[in-house]
Design a protein around this ligand. Structure first.
Ligand code: AMP
Length: 458
């Protein structure tokens, strides 16, 4: 998963790009990069780590130009390594170009093999690099034709932002798996994964980029075209963006994420009410559904655990050891609230089950009398091939365990998940979502050898 930003025309483009990355940091904490173009050349700073650690006044000032694109990464194709830090910056026939990608292509290997046969040399192990090679081969004076030709060859999930000299190009795959929005700031336009980036820049939210749409932005001029077949493609917005990934203050897929999460919680309450003294969420991701749950049943909502804000999202650390350490550091239960009480604990989802097990143990240690866990989505049984880094099937706890077995593993008195129908019923555009992680039914063909490290095992 990744966050992407594009600034078409602003005298402090690099600063705006930095604010965009700051707002989108939750979409990936592995690396952050900004590329600008000053009319003659590109300027690039990209490093492993958080945006706030990578950029300061002195280095942002070196990123000259009115045009910028930026990227923050959580790897879904290719390992967490320096060579894979985006945006990818290249020069083709003296023309500087850069790309920032969110999503996962599903025809990576096919394109990669073809390009390799033709003599391409790859510097990264990311699917995104394939795109710049395709661009180099199809180079054309007409930017629109050029990009349409290349983007039409891509399959899978992609929200993309390109910089080609002083032009910014944004594109979203015809299924619309990942979000991408358009904002207006002064004389120019902004593109960003989520609208919360516009709020920080004090930019105006204009609209979402449509599935299959390509926008070509030069200064204050914007042109919109569609990929061939875009109107016929089934929409498949990632429902997990709404459940967990996106920020609650963002507007994505035609809805506000906070309100969606509260509706999920209310629906969960209708399906699985529990008798308890109060409802609490696992902070922060479970809080919104917990509030919806409590309001629906007219039960008290309490903050039963406090989050240490100086530590990032726990799943973002790729090793299990660090993940577990961070889980412990991150949340602390309030004993005075919990001791001797029956609690409903709401969490947005269970992936491996290890975080939940630790958190429940802490609530138990704080003296809870009964713990009833409620999950605001159905059991996750299948991996994601479209850009969420879910572990292999083997590691997904609900793939091999029943709800009762999961309850035993996590050590709760009762456990219940929201139904698939209930989840879809609260979405505004009900037929337009990808729910493959809950159903194992994929809207787009998945190659049998699909793997995060596909380009590292050749
Ligand atoms: P666990 O109990 O270990 O399955 O952790 C569940 C928590 O991690 C929930 O808040 C999930 O939404 C969150 N999470 C979100 N995405 C992932 C992911 N790709 N891998 C692991 N956990 C994730």
């Amino acid at each position: 998963m990744c966050g992407i930003v594009g600034i078409s025309h602003h005298k402090e483009a690099s600063q705006m790009a930095f604010l965009g990355l700051y707002a989108l940091q939750h979409r990936g904490e592995e690396s952050a990069g900004i590329v600008t173009y000053d009319g003659k050349e590109t300027h690039v700073i990209k490093k492993m780590g958080l945006a706030v650690d990578n950029f300061d006044e002195s280095n942002i000032g070196k990123l000259k130009g009115h045009v910028a694109i930026a990227h923050t990464r959580y790897s879904t194709t290719g390992s967490n390594a320096v060579k894979n830090v985006q945006p990818i910056v290249v020069t083709h026939r003296k023309r500087p170009m850069a790309v920032a990608h969110n999503g996962n292509l599903t025809n990576t290997e096919e394109l990669y093999s073809r390009l390799e046969e033709e003599g391409a040399i790859f510097q990264t192990s990311m699917d995104s690099e394939v795109i710049v090679h395709l661009l180099a081969r199809a180079a054309n004076g007409d930017l629109k034709e050029w990009f349409l030709k290349v983007l039409a060859q891509l399959k899978g999930a992609f929200s993309l932002i390109f910089l080609v000299e002083d032009t910014i190009i944004g594109a979203r795959d015809p299924h619309g798996f990942r979000p991408l929005s358009l904002g207006k700031l002064g004389d120019g336009y902004i593109l960003a994964s989520e609208s919360c980036a516009f709020d920080l820049m004090k930019a105006e939210f204009v609209r979402e980029i449509e599935p299959g749409e390509v926008v070509i932005i030069k200064g204050n001029k914007i042109e919109s075209v569609f990929l061939p077949g875009a109107s016929k493609a089934v929409r498949a917005h990632c429902v997990f963006e709404n459940i967990y990934f996106a920020r609650p203050d963002s507007h994505i897929f035609g809805d506000n994420v906070y309100q969606v999460r509260k509706r999920l919680g209310a629906q969960l309450a209708k399906e699985h009410p529990a008798k308890a003294d109060f409802v609490m969420g696992i902070p922060d991701s479970g809080n919104y559904a917990a509030l919806g749950y409590a309001q629906e049943l007219k039960m008290p909502f309490e903050i039963g655990m406090i989050r240490n804000h100086y530590i990032g999202r726990t799943f973002i650390q790729p090793t299990q050891f660090l993940r577990e350490f961070r889980v412990r550091v991150k949340l602390n239960p309030i004993r005075e609230m919990i001791e001797g009480r029956r609690v409903v604990v709401v969490e947005d989802s269970i992936v491996r089950g290890t975080t939940s097990r630790n958190r429940i143990a802490e609530i138990r240690e704080a003296g809870a009398k009964e713990i009833h866990m409620r999950i605001s989505c159905p059991p996750i049984i299948s991996p994601c091939f479209y850009g969420i880094d879910f572990p292999s099937t083997r590691e997904l706890i609900a793939h091999s365990k029943s709800v009762q077995e999961i309850a035993d593993f996590i050590k709760v008195d009762s456990l219940a998940y929201l139904s698939l129908e209930g989840m879809m019923a609260v979405m505004k555009t009900q037929g337009d979502f990808c729910t493959s992680c809950f159903t194992g039914k994929y809207p787009l063909h998945i190659p049998s050898n699909a793997d995060k490290l596909i380009l590292e095992k050749q």
